[in-house]
Design a protein around this ligand. Structure first.
Ligand code: CU1
Ligand code: ZN
Length: 180
């Protein structure tokens, strides 16, 4: 029995709180890194294609620990990377274009939004750099309108799986037999 350990632990915790408060580190960790603009020379982290030369919403990831910026030619390739087992549980910051604010042919970076808060239309007829892609929106109503016009299904970030990325299923058949 060591009574000292019970007394010293709260004191240590208090000290740690005071120290982190002084340096401002606690606030920095909670702050989300801002999106980085896409440049003409950027290559997709997954497929190597030019990011800005193709239509459709693009993706960007700022990694949790190293704060490394990865850019993706399409939301499709961003998910292909983010859904890998080594990335799926990490608290990376992810940005995608809000397609209700910008043009499909050449999305404007002023329209980048947090992918975890976005609504995605999966399986629509509109294509990005890699063919079928995910149309991203900040508002559910805008995603729904896009789905009505171009087909597919509206999903939240957490509902998207690797199976959604390679589907060429016709609109309205997203819940069809996956085993065929
Ligand atoms: Cu590509
Ligand atoms: Zn790509």
């Amino acid at each position: 029995m060591k009574p000292f350990s019970f007394k010293s632990l709260p004191a240590l915790l208090m000290l740690a709180v005071l120290l982190s408060g002084c340096s401002g580190e606690a606030e920095k960790v909670a702050e989300k890194p801002a999106p980085v603009h896409f440049e003409s020379g950027d290559e997709c982290h997954v497929c190597g294609m030019s990011v800005t030369r193709f239509p459709g919403p693009k993706g960007e990831v700022i990694t949790e620990k190293e704060q490394t910026v990865h850019k993706f030619c399409s939301t499709r390739d961003m998910f292909a990377w983010a859904l890998q087992p080594e990335n799926i549980r990490r608290k990376h910051t992810l940005y995608v274009h809000d397609m209700s604010q910008t043009e499909w042919a050449s999305p404007d970076d002023a329209a980048l939004i947090d992918a975890r808060d976005a609504f995605f239309v999966v399986g629509s007829e509109r294509e990005g750099a890699m063919g079928q892609t995910l149309a991203s929106f900040s508002e559910e109503s805008a995603a729904h309108d896009f789905m009505v016009e171009h087909g597919g299904e509206v999903l939240r970030y957490e509902a998207i799986t690797l199976e959604h990325l390679n589907t060429e299923m016709p609109a309205g058949d997203m819940h069809g037999d996956m085993s065929s």
